[in-house]
Write a protein that binds this ligand. Sequence first.
Ligand code: PBG
Length: 334
Amino acid sequence: MKHFYSRGFPFHRGRRLRNNRNISHLITETNLSVNDLVMPYFLREEDDDQVAIKNMPGLKRFSTNELINELKIIQDLGIKTIAIFPKVDEKKKDEHGSESLNADNLVCRSLREIKNKCPNISVICDLALDAYTTNGHDGVMDRNGQINNDETIEILSKMALLFSANGCEIVAPSDMMDGRIKIIRETLEKEKFKDTIILSYSSKFSSNFYSPFRDALGSKKNLANSSKSSYQINFKNKREAIKESLEDQHEGADILMVKPAMYYLDIINELKKNTFCPIAAYQVSGEYSMIKHLSDKQIFHYKDVVLESLYCIKRAGADIIFSYFAKEVAEWLK
Ligand code: PBG
């Protein structure tokens, strides 16, 4: 904080600047644009009839064909980047999440279709095993119930190659294993995918706010009472979160992420002071659901609350925001 000398009232009247509409525009410190937004989408197999997402009203799971139509709409609204998350058929899940490396899995098929029909949309693909494992964990589990770090990052680096080969420009490891960015970066370089961007979920907390997402993916019942706290960060820790992001930057991440967003603004702000990398923030499923449910009950004015939430995330220092509100916000900003 700069040294602050005030002669006090009435020399200082802060309301002079707030009273005048034109001046208040001139002194606005934070801007929000459609260029800042990433819209996440849930994918389902064509023959999966579970379309609605119960705990995320207003959203649905898209078949690949439906997604292509949707992308034409959001492109007109100015959204250029999406993130995709597959709801994998339970029958295809196993202990090792082997469906993640199937060249014809839901993500790969969707990627090829998107690149073919909407080549100007950039696609961010999650690298983690929770969508593919029978136990709902982000990594493979040893017989003793421990998540095997080194085996997991080998699989993730193969996933990164597979998705890159199918047209994904941005891979996003969301698993919080140690050393994953290093191994993924080395693997991509070795196989000549020099331009694949790594957006690391680098400061990712073990959060209760992911619960509607896990429902949407069908990983919640698989995870049951098990916790991800052996790899995701304890929400009581700030320095540990910054250290994890800086390690990922050092290992070769191009973009860092803080997740969740709204209750973690101090983390975004602290990271901003400690890096020159672009910072993404993920306004997660639980944050979406809270605002949506209270708005549906007419307790909140939907549009105003959504915009406040996004402006505040930007004010804290985020350059990029993943938000389930992105499509609607793009309409409002137009
Ligand atoms: C998968 C993943 C999760 C989210 C994004 N990628 C869930 C988790 O880690 O359990 C959460 C997104 C949201 O809640 O909207 N690793």
